[in-house]
Design a protein around this ligand. Structure first.
Ligand SMILES: [Zn+2]
Length: 239
């Protein structure tokens, strides 16, 4: 195998490893993102429930104010009732009082419902907050684990990039450019083995002349179907 081709094959090995590691790193980073989104979701739901609680508390206060006003009206009417002289007026005020009592009763009923609702929301907020505490601890330890994996990957990546740089230095710029273009256009595989007369990159048969040229091993041979650079395994080349 020619020197450049050998370097390219090495380079591709490094690049494929880098691709895998970078992919793994991205996957780990999105795992962290998912965990953080989960926590954010809980925080949002607590905020929504608390906002709902504020509304219910406001409605409670308004009801209590109306109730107090209604009770006051009833009391005043009852005082008036004592000084009334005519039967007709007495009946009218009595009717007013009865109506006011009915309204007051309804408002008391509503107030009880609001009190129960507020308690329900408070209990559910407490429950979510408890869960979120547990989850925050879990997420933090998961993040530490994931971060450790990422750091390990990163140190591998750094080492590989250094190896890559020294390999790249020994290659002519034009060969490197061609390799990089091929990798981009051919799913990361620019250099591929030829075996039994076929290109293992696209699985097409190679013209006999192309295949035979591979055994000479001096220049870069290209698959006419997928344009990848071809090489022979050592044992095959020597046979
Ligand atoms: Zn091919």
């Amino acid at each position: 195998m020619g020197k450049n081709l050998k370097l390219l094959e090495e380079l591709q090995g490094i690049d494929l490893k880098l691709d895998t590691w970078r992919g793994e790193k991205d996957a780990l980073l999105s795992e962290i993102e998912v965990l953080e989104e989960k926590l954010e979701g809980i925080i949002t739901s607590i905020a929504l429930k608390n906002a709902g609680l504020v509304t219910v508390e406001e409605e409670k206060l308004a009801l209590e104010a109306n109730l107090a006003a209604e009770a006051d009206n009833i009391e005043k009417s009852e005082v008036r009732l004592r000084d009334i002289k005519t039967q007709k007026e007495y009946q009218a005020v009595s009717k007013e009082i009865a109506t006011a009592r009915k309204i007051k009763g309804e408002m008391e009923e509503q107030l009880l419902q609001k009190i129960a609702l507020a308690e329900e929301i408070k209990a559910s907020v407490l429950e979510i907050e408890e869960n979120s505490k547990t989850m925050t601890v879990q997420v933090a330890s998961q993040k530490v684990e994931i971060q450790a994996k990422i750091e390990k990957l990163e140190s591998g990546i750094v080492t590989d990039i250094a190896t890559r740089q020294s390999t790249v230095k020994s290659l002519p710029a034009s060969v490197l450019k061609r390799y990089e273009m091929l990798r981009e256009k051919r799913q990361g595989i620019a250099v591929v083995e030829a075996s039994n007369g076929s290109c293992l990159g696209c699985n097409m048969n190679l013209p006999p002349q192309v295949y035979n040229n591979l055994f000479k091993g001096d220049s870069l041979i290209v698959c006419p179907h997928c344009q990848r650079l071809l090489f022979l395994r050592k044992d095959q080349a020597e046979n």
